[in-house]
Design a protein around this ligand. Structure first.
Ligand SMILES: Nc1ncnc2c1ncn2[C@@H]1O[C@H](COP(=O)(O)OP(=O)(O)O)[C@@H](O)[C@H]1O
Ligand SMILES: [Mg+2]
Length: 334
């Protein structure tokens, strides 16, 4: 994957800009509030369809404007191509080359990349949703069928929860069967992803930290059901209780994975520096896994590189980054 250029129009502070990238390491250096993170944010929108800073696309429009446009030109497996996102203030429209895409999730897997921001420390400290999103963005970039099943499951879940709350049990089964068909595959893919990340994260953590402490990742799911029949039975079993609380208690929307360092959960046990190193190791492991599954080196993007690391660990990280494909990092020159 070679990112050649991005174009930004009315995207946050950028009125009209074109930025070219080189193969290998690209460093974006400058004082605060110059638009460094915004560049990575724009690339991130073209990787995943969403900003890593906000769920409100209106916030991305430059103050005083009414729409924004971003475009990336890149070469993948020898083919020059582009992805574009146009937001008119109400609706996002995505394009691959000149073709309009049917939905935002169709962008996944085109411009492939992994982004690490200081906020990603939440992968260790934060709620299960952060870890599910981490896995979803890994699998979705390499498996379009996963995106289909995840969207179908989440749509079914929303409908089911709405019906539980309004106590309309007659139509519940149709949505439960949609959910049951997709849930098993989602859990299987997530379980496999966690298993494959574990040895990579362990090795990279050791390289970055020079600590020999074992790192383990354990996929956790609520409920034992795996096959569609078992999932349907599980949903039926909890219906009464779930009607009282108004939401669905079991299924992949409650998944998590436990990150342990030595004998203890990293969230409670690891020092801040260890947490930062661990986050890097997990995201770098994700980079390797996308590369393995798609035969193509994804972009590696790091915002405020080296934050939370001592100088020795920072040095090891830079050494590591030299061996990845194209890397874009930002840092302050203060
Ligand atoms: N919608 C917007 N319109 C105009 N300016 C914006 C918008 N959103 C953010 N900004 C400005 O962009 C700047 C932040 O850019 P950012 O990429 O975070 O900088 P850096 O990472 O270099 O510190 C801030 O000065 C902020 O006020
Ligand atoms: Mg910044």
């Amino acid at each position: 994957m070679k990112l050649k250029q991005i174009k930004l129009q009315n995207f946050r502070l950028y009125e009209d800009a074109e930025i070219a990238f080189l193969p290998g390491l690209n460093q974006i250096v400058g004082p605060n509030a110059q638009g460094k993170t915004t560049l990575l944010e724009a690339i991130g929108c073209l990787i995943s369809g969403h900003s890593f800073r906000t769920h409100q696309p209106q916030e991305l429009i430059r103050h005083g404007a009414s729409q924004f446009f971003i475009q990336a030109e890149f070469e993948k497996l020898g083919i020059l191509q582009s992805v574009k996102l146009f937001y008119d203030g109400r609706k996002k429209t995505f394009y691959h080359n000149e073709t309009k895409l049917k939905s935002g999730s169709a962008i996944l897997g085109m411009l492939q990349g992994v982004i690490i921001t200081p906020d990603h420390i939440q992968l260790i400290k934060g709620s299960p949703g952060v870890r599910r999103h981490f896995l979803d963005l890994l699998i979705a970039q390499t498996d379009p069928l996963y995106v289909y099943h995840l969207n179908r499951y989440m749509r079914g879940l929303q409908q089911r929860n709405a019906l539980l709350r309004s106590r309309q049990l007659e139509t519940l089964e149709a949505f439960e069967s949609e959910m049951a068909t997709s849930a098993g595959g989602i859990m299987q893919k997530r379980g496999e992803a966690v298993l494959s990340l574990q040895p990579l994260a362990q090795k990279i953590y050791q390289e970055l930290s020079d600590e020999k402490v074992p790192i383990s990742l354990n996929y956790k799911t609520i409920g034992q059901a795996r096959s569609p029949e078992q999932i349907l039975a599980q949903l039926a079993k909890h219906r009464r209780k779930e009607m009282e609380i108004g939401y669905t208690l079991t299924g992949p929307h409650r998944d998590d994975f436990l990150i342990t360092m030595g004998e203890h959960e990293a969230k409670f046990f690891a020092s801040e520096g260890q947490k930062h190193s661990l986050v890097l190791a997990l995201y770098l492991a994700k980079w390797h896994q996308i590369k393995k599954l798609s035969d193509c080196s994804p972009l590696m993007l790091i915002d405020d590189v080296g934050i939370g690391l001592d100088n020795v660990r920072k040095g090891r990280l830079f050494h590591y980054l030299n061996h990845l494909g194209q890397v874009v990092i930002t840092c302050c020159n203060s």
